[in-house]
Design a protein around this ligand. Structure first.
Ligand SMILES: [Zn+2]
Length: 262
């Protein structure tokens, strides 16, 4: 299934009644195959305001599939109120708070499509990867598609807790975490960095445990730093211990019509 088909099914939207394709091709957005005489399609010419031109499928023939007609429709809410969410073929989940992201990292079961809108994004679903593994999954995060290894993020969470003890002891300080720029809803640049005074102490250390913990922290990509930020912001937790986050943040299915008359 394409990411759009999964998201539309998760939200319980019916597909619009569209004419079948007159030629073979692929959907100009999600890239799903379009078969002559079989696949319902709609003509799609991006408007000047359309902000995702560089993500469009280069071989597109100017047509999109029915699920993409739904996810790009303003009425469906996928570019607005459902633009921070995780969709499985049977259920939609909220992905709007730090706790929701912690749930995704520790509990979400593939296959799923995860999208998280930041201020620089709107069209998310059709660009998102479909994830089939809990150990390394994709997410459309702002205007990038990224990979997150939950085990690496959780390992970094533990490493950071130990590093904090070391630098607090050396600096006679009482920081909860030795990092700054923890945020989720903004650009990802410079997200979740070590505080310079703490970093100096830690980088000077020859303790093999500190060296190994720093490597675990440094090894994360930008999306994983975003995920770690969410873990550090999420409640409940006690000291450096992460909460269970077992309650699924279920998103109610939409009941309104998904596509405007066109
Ligand atoms: Zn499509």
């Amino acid at each position: 299934m394409s990411p759009s088909a999964i998201a539309v099914q998760a939200m319980g939207y019916l597909l619009p009644d569209l004419p079948v394709a007159q030629e073979e091709g692929v959907c100009g957005l999600c890239g799903a195959p379009i078969h002559k005489g079989l696949t319902p399609t709609r003509k799609f010419e991006p408007s000047p305001e359309f902000g995702a031109h560089k993500h469009l499928n280069p071989s597109r023939g100017g047509y999109i599939c029915a699920p993409c007609a739904v996810v790009t429709s303003g009425a469906s809410g996928f570019t607005t109120r459902f633009s921070r969410a995780l969709f499985t073929p049977t259920q939609a989940y909220r992905l709007s708070s730090a706790e929701d992201v912690a749930w995704m990292l520790t509990q979400a079961e593939p296959p799923f499509v995860a999208i998280f809108n930041t201020r620089s994004s709107a069209h998310m679903v059709w660009q998102a990867p479909v994830s089939y593994s809990r150990h390394e999954f994709g997410i459309a995060l702002g205007n990038v598609c990224a990979t997150i290894r939950p085990d690496a993020v959780l390992a970094a969470h533990g490493a950071l807790s130990r590093l904090c003890d070391v630098s607090n002891q050396a600096l006679q300080s009482h920081y909860q975490w030795p990092v700054f720029n923890l945020r989720m809803y903004d650009d990802l640049v410079d997200i979740c960095r070590l505080i310079p005074t703490h970093e100096r102490v830690l980088r000077d250390s020859v303790d093999p445990l500190v060296v190994a913990d720093l490597r675990t922290f440094d090894d994360m990509n930008q999306a994983e730093r975003w995920a770690l930020s969410a873990l550090l912001l999420a409640r409940p937790k006690r000291g450096g211990v992460l909460g269970p986050f077992e309650r699924p943040p279920i998103l109610d299915q939409a009941t309104t019509s998904a596509v405007e008359a066109n």
